[in-house]
Design a protein around this ligand. Sequence first.
Ligand SMILES: *C1O[C@H](CO)[C@@H](O)[C@H](O)[C@H]1NC(C)=O
Ligand SMILES: *[C@@H]1O[C@H](CO)[C@@H](O)[C@H](O)[C@H]1NC(C)=O
Ligand SMILES: *[C@@H]1O[C@H](CO)[C@@H](O)[C@H](O)[C@H]1NC(C)=O
Ligand SMILES: *[C@@H]1O[C@H](CO)[C@@H](O)[C@H](O)[C@H]1NC(C)=O
Ligand SMILES: *[C@@H]1O[C@H](CO)[C@@H](O)[C@H](O)[C@H]1NC(C)=O
Ligand SMILES: *[C@@H]1O[C@H](CO)[C@@H](O)[C@H](O)[C@H]1NC(C)=O
Length: 413
Amino acid sequence: MKGPTITTCLYLIYLIVGQASEKISYTGDQLWKITNGNNSTLNLLKTLEQDNYVSIWGHNSTYIDALVHSSALNKVRDKLQEHGQEFKVSIEDVQKAIDEENPKPANLDGRKGFRLTWNYYHSLADIYDYLYYLQQTFPKLCSVHNIGQSVERRPIKLFLISNGKKANKAIFIEGGINAQEWISPAVITYVINQFVSNYQNETLSVQNIDWYIVPVLNPDGYEYSYNVDRLWKKNRSKNKKCVGVDLSRNWGYNWGKNGSSSDPCSNSYRGRRPFSEPETAIVANLFITHPEIDWIGYISVRAYGQYIVYPWGCPNGVLEDHEELFRVAKEAAVKMVSAGGESYTVGPAGIITDSSSGISIGWAKDAQAIKYAYIMKLRDTGRYGYFLPARFIKPTSEEAVTFLRTIAGIIKS
Ligand SMILES: *C1O[C@H](CO)[C@@H](O)[C@H](O)[C@H]1NC(C)=O
Ligand SMILES: *[C@@H]1O[C@H](CO)[C@@H](O)[C@H](O)[C@H]1NC(C)=O
Ligand SMILES: *[C@@H]1O[C@H](CO)[C@@H](O)[C@H](O)[C@H]1NC(C)=O
Ligand SMILES: *[C@@H]1O[C@H](CO)[C@@H](O)[C@H](O)[C@H]1NC(C)=O
Ligand SMILES: *[C@@H]1O[C@H](CO)[C@@H](O)[C@H](O)[C@H]1NC(C)=O
Ligand SMILES: *[C@@H]1O[C@H](CO)[C@@H](O)[C@H](O)[C@H]1NC(C)=O
């Protein structure tokens, strides 16, 4: 009798979880790091990207990381060699890296209280359950709020940590904007855990800030990446041709410029207009409808590359207070290294990474006049890229905690 029961059970689970969509496989795809490139190398890669042979994951003036599709390995190798361009293979088989990234802990299902472990990338349900667990356990210190709904009607949750003091300034933290950056929600829940369950031991400056935290701004994309396509980035918005808008390019400052795309099929598709997407509009609305909140910081937690960047940099001009933004980020970066962490590159977004078009921190700084606006791009520098193995969640999170404590420390209430 056992056999058929198990089979039926598995089938039901398949129906519920899989909803008949098969996981997308990346067998044979590779991640390459192209070094000693120049501008013509980047243009070459962009052409190869348009032809769907590669997808560019990140670059600065010293390297380009590109995912090369299995069917195009020879073609891309030839093109680079023709160009006299060096590269090395960072990931031999992308599917293998995906399979090895997130081993499920043995004791997970038996855990009491909550399931989050920070040894494992968890589902959206686990993350949301944990927020409610904290609200129940520390009701005087934190609360969970629904601030809106994604396109597929998943709630977007805001977690507020506050000791209720009137003089507190506020910092907003935005996570999970790009779905494939799993490390972002993982690190943010770690930060939440640190600030709430170790509250008594936290620095006074951390205690006297109101922390407004959205761990997963793109819940539809996260679920889709978790269950179907590991490399899904955009939201699940339906366009005529292709699904999804790149939420990290959909903000109302300097929208539509270089570094974003008007092609709905591009991974950097910026949307029809600024704030066309519910996920970004919901955040904008939170700021607009709460003018009484005394914002001092806006932090977007992203992956990857180990950067701390601020708005906005050439060619879009230099901030009057860029030296102050640099000084604070640099101080944090130095502290991270002396605590045994990795080194992060600090500078203006437009120069250090690519373009600063349509990004959240530009809008936070320009439209909301929020002093300390940063993107923290977490580990690593391209050894694993987006598939940072779960064993690195804790050390990466410690770097984020150091960064946030540093910012809190310089704010006088
Ligand atoms: C994202 O993009 C579409 C198209 O612009 C938008 O209409 C939709 O509400 C968004 N989708 C989700 C799932 O949030
Ligand atoms: C590409 O050109 C720009 C401006 O012309 C320059 O600032 C940048 O350093 C160049 N990048 C590389 C990789 O040579
Ligand atoms: C870029 O680098 C390649 C390979 O080193 C070289 O052949 C090419 O001339 C360079 N292009 C420019 C514009 O410097
Ligand atoms: C606070 O720190 C003390 C001393 O390091 C430690 O014994 C205690 O467990 C900590 N409390 C919490 C809630 O972590
Ligand atoms: C932006 O893109 C246009 C067209 O592709 C190009 O001509 C221009 O130089 C770019 N501007 C910057 C600042 O990169
Ligand atoms: C480029 O990134 C590497 C790490 O991947 C870093 O060491 C280097 O300083 C960065 N260069 C610039 C100019 O940002």
